[in-house]
Ligand binder design. Structure first.
Ligand code: FRU
Length: 521
């Protein structure tokens, strides 16, 4: 009896601690408070953003304002498959811990609310706020489903909405849409930013197989400036979710402009992917003499990514949707569907005459990783080493190596395996999820061995960093020079990692480290 009473007291104490914690963290009346159990379902990412429930796709309206990073996203609150699009909303002070907010934008008589961006209209150019309280303005695509069903081509237009309380509540502009459509079927995903040299707003959107650039003084009336891309880059599918921004080349004063374009299908490893162009933008026209296709991420699951406007620390911060339209609707989660990548900082490197965009987790993410296992080891030809850890699916794994011919394979007690390899002869990094767990929910999911070229990775020691969550893996090679992001659905945690030397030389693994990742929920 006494034991039972003590147990009851302990339970009451624990429950009261958790409910207080929730109240403190969600200090707005309207924010839905996610139940703790909700964030522990099978496959629920523990350090990646997911909505509390239901369907999510692209990140939208990434903007920083008054100490808060906003993350809006394509959201359907009634089901775990795509449907009439809303903008879901979450906020963060550090891009690690997120607070779920009420839905920001609902569909209206002009249509569903598709992807777009948000800006701080600091000088109140739109007149939608006041000089003392400049508005946050969201610019998005309206998708008129009735018009589409009726067979017309002009069903996508651009609208705006504004907030005078740092994103807590939103009002649609009364004379939407602000940019009509002259009959282009895929005419969407506006990214807007302030262009200082011309003291104007620039909007880039996609029009099927190319990008279009517009200019405005007030975010309301827009004039077409130019087009780019009909003859450039990959064209295996429709262009979506553009972004355009300047970036300094590392270790030099040179500045280039980066144009990001998502494409679906047509990615190097099938389905959806994100390409980029390096060039110049003079306030009117984007030009690039880049000949080869360039991809932000060589994995199957990083799509529709865009970057933050108004970022205070002069970083270019990118977030992508960790899924692929080829199977996004079929993945084996029930309460919610899909997650965002960890926020990544973009940098530009130059080697020879070629520029390359790297992406790497933000430094502060390091605070959630607690090192538990460290060692250096060396394997003779054909040798192997097995490392055990109780929960690789919520961890960070790092090592350095001068070698280019080895495999490293995560596995669990069920015999499921996620295999990775560097193949020096073929000059490829390989990711094979064919035996990684559940794969049969869609025909292609497990079949393709994901490949990324390592041709241009310099000789010498490289760093490999793997972030593994309950249903994803992000692999950063050589500080983000090559990146692969992929979803995985193991039926149990991976508990071992085996390194195999597949060459005649000794395999040297330095600074090998496994860190447990704290849950952000
Ligand atoms: C990209 C995309 C966008 C569109 C949105 C609709 O994943 O197709 O082009 O605005 O999703 O949800």
């Amino acid at each position: 009896m006494r034991v039972k009473l003590i147990y009851l007291f302990i339970c009451l104490f624990v429950v009261s601690i958790f409910s207080c914690r929730n109240k403190e963290e969600n200090n707005t009346e309207t924010a839905p408070i996610p139940e703790l159990s909700l964030f522990k379902e099978p496959y629920r990412p523990q350090f990646h953003f997911t909505p509390a429930e239901m369907w999510m796709n692209d990140p939208n309206g990434l903007v920083y304002h008054n100490g808060i990073y906003h993350l809006f996203y394509q959201y359907y609150p009634e089901d775990i498959i795509w449907g009439p699009m809303h903008w879901g909303h979450a906020t963060s002070k550090d891009l690690i811990y997120w607070e779920h907010k009420p839905i920001a934008l609902f569909p209206d008589e002009n249509g569903y609310i598709f992807s777009g961006s948000a800006v701080v209209d600091r000088n109140n150019t739109s007149g939608l706020g006041t000089p003392d309280n400049p508005p946050l303005v969201a610019i998005f695509t309206y998708h008129d489903i009735n018009k589409e069903k009726d067979g017309s081509d002009d069903f996508q237009t651009q609208g705006i909405a504004y907030s005078l309380d740092n994103g807590e509540s939103w009002t649609k502009y009364e004379s939407n849409p602000v940019l009509g459509n002259e009959g282009i079927r895929d005419f969407r995903d506006p990214k807007v930013f302030w262009h200082d040299p011309t003291q104007s707003w620039i909007l880039v959107l996609v029009a099927g197989d190319h990008a279009r650039f517009y200019k405005s003084e007030d975010l309301i009336s827009w004039n077409l400036l130019s087009e780019f891309g009909k003859e450039s880059g990959a064209h295996g599918g429709v262009w979506e979710c553009p972004d355009l921004f300047p970036l300094k080349v590392s270790d030099s004063g040179e500045e280039k402009w980066v144009l990001i374009i998502s494409i679906n299908p047509g990615a190097p490893n099938g389905g959806s992917g994100t390409q980029y162009f390096i060039g110049g933008f003079d306030g009117t026209t984007f030009t690039s003499d880049q000949e080869e296709e360039k991809w932000i991420d060589w994995g199957t699951d990083n799509y529709a990514g865009i970057t933050y406007n108004n970022e205070p620390n002069d970083q270019r911060i990118f977030i992508g949707w960790m899924s692929n339209w080829a199977y996004a609707r079929d993945t084996p989660t029930r309460e919610w569907r899909s997650a965002m990548t960890v926020p990544r900082s973009l940098s530009l490197n130059k080697s020879g005459n070629s520029y390359e965009l790297t992406n790497y987790p933000l430094d502060n993410l390091g605070t959630i990783f607690k090192p538990e296992l460290k060692k250096d080891f060396e394997l003779v030809a054909e040798g192997s080493e097995m490392i055990s850890f109780d929960h690789f699916n919520q961890s960070e794994i790092r090592f350095k190596t001068p070698n280019r011919n080895f495999e490293f394979i995560f596995g669990n007690g069920l015999g499921e395996q996620l295999s990775m390899a560097l193949d020096g002869e073929k000059e490829l990094f390989l990711l094979d999820r064919s035996k990684s767990g559940k794969t049969d929910f869609q025909e292609e999911f497990g079949k393709i061995i994901q490949k990324a070229p390592i041709t241009d990775i310099p000789d010498g020691e490289i760093e490999v960093r793997v972030l593994m969550d309950w249903s994803s893996v992000e692999i950063f090679i050589n500080n983000g020079q090559r990146v692969l992001t992929a979803q995985i659905f193991p039926n149990e945690n991976y508990t071992y990692l085996t390194f195999k030397n597949v060459s005649a030389e000794n395999l040297i693994i330095n600074d090998f480290e496994v860190s447990r990742a704290e849950s952000i929920w």
